[in-house]
Write a protein that binds this ligand. Structure first.
Ligand SMILES: [Fe+2]
Length: 290
């Protein structure tokens, strides 16, 4: 299959409703987050979803200006999917994206789990699919194949073991099909990064636990996946394993580290995968996709 360069904008963790948790945060609260590896700041009181709305609108304005082939929203679209107000604001702002730019949605742990924001159940997955559609699917642009996974199921399959097994089988079938069609590039879109530094690292709040991770990494390596783009960390993280990039991007919404809210511009071509993170707080939108 011949390949032409494909540019897309990757967004993650719009997470409507999260900023509110940090209004009036105490020193003790800040310290508790710090112990879990997260750098947080208190937030001034605000109305509605003002900080999330402003940032997501800016990101979509950048997309409307840059005209990528598509936008991928890599999970934690809302903080609490039982909140109709959060869902309504996500939908309202999403509507600002130019109608000829497809928006591909990826499920996050907040979107697809039960109230603990970690563990999916049959019920929480059914709710996700009713609200957002399929949680595992693939699509192609310009000779590159993009595979959307549900990393929350991969992360915490305790109550949905059959869903984990089904997803791993489906992933292998998608990868086999990509190789049979001689696709030039295969990119996975996820919410959780599978690992932060190395595929054999121990479990951490932000990665997928080793026993659940290993079968997935084996497949991605065997079928030579080029890159995984994820979110979840609310900060940037870069790793690589045998030529496969493992990239977590900072959040559109509330940041949990040194990186500001932002978006990533990615160009996939036969020669290279180029990507760069842009701040929504300070940086001007580039005039065109670099
Ligand atoms: Fe998140």
């Amino acid at each position: 299959m011949t390949m032409r360069p494909v540019s897309f904008i990757q967004l993650a963790d719009t997470q409507f409703g999260m900023f509110r948790n940090f209004v009036g945060l105490t020193k003790q609260g800040i310290e508790e987050y710090r112990r879990r590896g997260m750098t947080v700041q208190p937030v001034e009181p605000f109305d509605g979803f003002a900080p999330e709305t402003e940032r997501f609108e800016k990101a979509l304005n950048a997309a409307n200006q840059l005209r990528p082939e598509f936008v991928a929203l890599c999970g934690d679209m809302v903080n609490d999917p039982s909140s109709s107000a959060q869902l309504a604001e996500l939908e309202r702002v999403s509507g600002r994206l130019a109608p000829d730019v497809p928006l591909y949605r990826v499920s996050g742990n907040h979107d697809a789990s039960e109230g603990d924001h970690v563990t999916p159940t049959e019920e929480s997955l059914a709710r996700y699919r009713e609200l957002f559609g399929d949680d595992t699917y693939s699509f192609s642009h310009g000779g590159a194949k993009f595979i959307v996974i549900n990393s929350t199921v991969l992360h915490s399959p305790a109550h949905v073991r059959a869903e984990y097994d089904r997803q791993v089988d489906w992933l292998e079938a998608e990868l086999v099909a990509a190789r049979e069609c001689s696709v030039e590039r295969v990119i996975v879109l996820s919410h959780h990064p599978l690992f932060l530094e190395h595929p054999d690292e121990p479990a951490h709040y932000f990665n997928v636990p080793p026993d659940n991770r290993r079968p997935v990494i084996d497949l991605l390596s065997r079928y030579r996946v080029d890159a995984v783009f994820a979110g979840h960390m609310h900060q940037n993280n870069y790793a690589e394993h045998k030529g496969m990039l493992m990239i977590a991007s900072g959040s559109v919404g509330y940041p949990l580290g040194k990186d500001p809210s932002g978006y990533r511009v990615v160009t996939v071509s036969k020669d290279a995968i180029r990507h760069r993170y842009y701040s929504l707080e300070t940086t001007q939108t580039p005039a065109s996709i670099p």
